[in-house]
Design a protein around this ligand. Structure first.
Ligand code: GAP
Length: 460
């Protein structure tokens, strides 16, 4: 049986594949690593880029009611007073009186230390924002914070966006960027780290229409994951209870994913009401209202906020794509990524290292590289090279063999089915573009033919 459902995938297998193949490494590994910080390797960085580009395309490029923004990580300290983060972005922290390890009080089953069983202290509130100093003098007046969410950069620029884009309600701002939280409990690989990336939308609507826009965005964001191949059975929507709601939220749903450690938040969709604009207007003394042209009244818009994590999305895509299936006496491991998400789209493989084959394969490689991330590989046996591409999730391999030298055709091999077709090299670019868009492998271009099994034996 193929190991498919993500909830059944072992996190250790994902971590090991990520390290082995160059997806993700512990940060500063040669110094023993830095707790809950991660470095994305050559494949990981492509995976993240693809996730961010797919998100940007769907929420900015393909819409006329959204604009993008890229604000600084360090913001005026008053931002965090107004947003409520200075006072309320806290977790209850306890310390073990015996071993002095610190824990989140709300995650302990009883009042004992999970490590040594010792008694823990009374909880005190611990602010999760990282503090640093602006300028050369380390004094209280120069304290600034690393932003714990990208959202506030969008609220404080509300008037700038209105003035420069002339957007009318409803409209939204989108931003992708790093956020930092001094989490007490981290873990589960890249699921909860202290430095991570967010993809956030602040969608401004007329008060009274916020409920319908909330439902709209929840559905929109759920479908984004499904359209990029995440299995529906591994997704669920979960409403926050009153006690769970963040200080700014009127209502919130999590889009949960069935990660290896169980159902956990992948993205949150919140109705923030007019909390943020009202707070920033009152703390800055600047008007953040909107002139409603119908009623000629100044109003403060409500905000719907779909807030996703790039790293959590990467983990969900990795877990969901991970498959182990029997292959003769061995196990074939593959990442069944949607082509949009796959870090490498095509691998070009000459059947052997014979000079004339390598020359033709490199020509094909050079021709395809401007279109997609393409790898060239002429090491080891063809079977091993296919397995390697399966394991990193490459949807198509193009094989150049001896016959190619005579008929100018090459073989396209599909990752999931391992089926193959033979097409003229001149048609490769167009054919691969169609296949990457989801066209059936067996729709042949002019001059193409279905691959015959015996051809591999003859030429191998
Ligand atoms: N502006 C709203 C906000 O920040 P959140 O639920 O705290 O809401 C939104 O965070 C998303 O950011 C989460 O759904 C998750 O994907 C990601 N995220 C939050 N904390 C994280 C952490 N410590 N490590 C990795 N991702 C995190």
């Amino acid at each position: 049986m193929a190991e498919e459902a993500s909830g059944k995938v072992d996190m250790e297998k994902i971590v090991s594949l990520c390290q082995r193949r160059g997806y993700i490494f512990p940060s500063s590994e040669i110094y023993g690593g830095l707790s809950s910080c991660w470095d994305y390797g050559p494949l990981g960085v492509e995976l993240k880029r693809n996730i961010k580009e797919a998100w940007w395309r769907s929420v900015v490029q393909e819409r006329d009611d959204m604009v993008g923004l890229d604000t600084s990580i360090l913001m005026h300290p008053q931002t965090w007073v107004a947003s409520g983060h200075l006072e309320q972005f806290t977790d209850p922290l306890v310390e073990c009186k015996q071993c002095h390890l610190r824990w989140r009080a709300d995650e302990l089953k009883d009042n004992t230390c999970p490590s040594c069983g010792g008694e823990v202290t009374e909880p005190h509130l611990f602010n999760l924002m990282f503090k640093t100093f602006m300028g050369p003098v380390e004094e209280e007046a120069n304290v600034v914070y690393l932003r714990p969410e990208t959202a506030q950069g969008m609220f404080v620029n509300f008037q700038n966006i209105l003035n420069t884009t002339r957007k009318r309600l409803p409209f939204g701002i989108a931003q992708i960027g790093k956020a930092f939280r001094n989490e007490i409990t981290t873990g589960n690989f890249i699921f909860r780290s202290r430095e991570f990336e967010q993809m956030e939308i602040e969608y401004f609507v007329k008060p009274g229409t916020d409920k319908e826009w909330f439902d709209y965005w929840l559905e929109e964001r759920y479908n984004w994951y499904v359209n990029l191949g995440i299995k529906k059975e591994n997704l669920q929507l979960r409403q926050h209870t009153k006690g769970e709601l963040a200080h700014y939220a009127k209502k919130c749903y999590d889009i949960d994913y069935l990660f290896p450690m169980g159902w956990s938040e992948l993205e949150g969709v919140a109705n923030r009401g007019d909390f943020d604009l009202t707070q920033h207007a009152s703390h800055s003394g600047k008007s953040l209202s909107y002139l409603d042209e119908e009623t000629k009244q100044h109003i403060v818009p409500c905000v719907i906020e779909p807030s996703a994590g790039v790293d959590r999305s990467a983990l969900a895509f990795l877990c969901d794509a991970y498959v182990e299936e029997p292959d003769k006496e061995e196990i074939r491991v593959l990442l069944r990524f949607h082509p949009t998400i796959a870090p490498v789209k095509v691998a070009v493989l000459p059947l052997s290292k014979r000079e004339n084959l390598v020359e033709l394969a490199k020509k094909v490689y050079a021709d395809l590289r401007p279109c997609w991330m393409v790898q060239y590989d002429d090491t080891q046996s063809i079977g091993r090279r296919y397995r390697r591409q399966d394991e990193i999730g490459t949807p198509f391999c193009v094989t150049v063999d001896f016959q190619s030298l005579e008929d100018n055709q090459a073989t396209i091999r599909e990752r999931d089915s391992m089926n193959q077709i033979r097409v003229p090299i001149a048609e490769l670019k167009k054919t691969l573009a169609a296949k990457l868009e989801g066209e059936d492998l067996f729709v042949l271009p002019p001059g193409g033919q279905i691959w015959k099994e015996e051809r591999e034996e003859k030429s191998g």
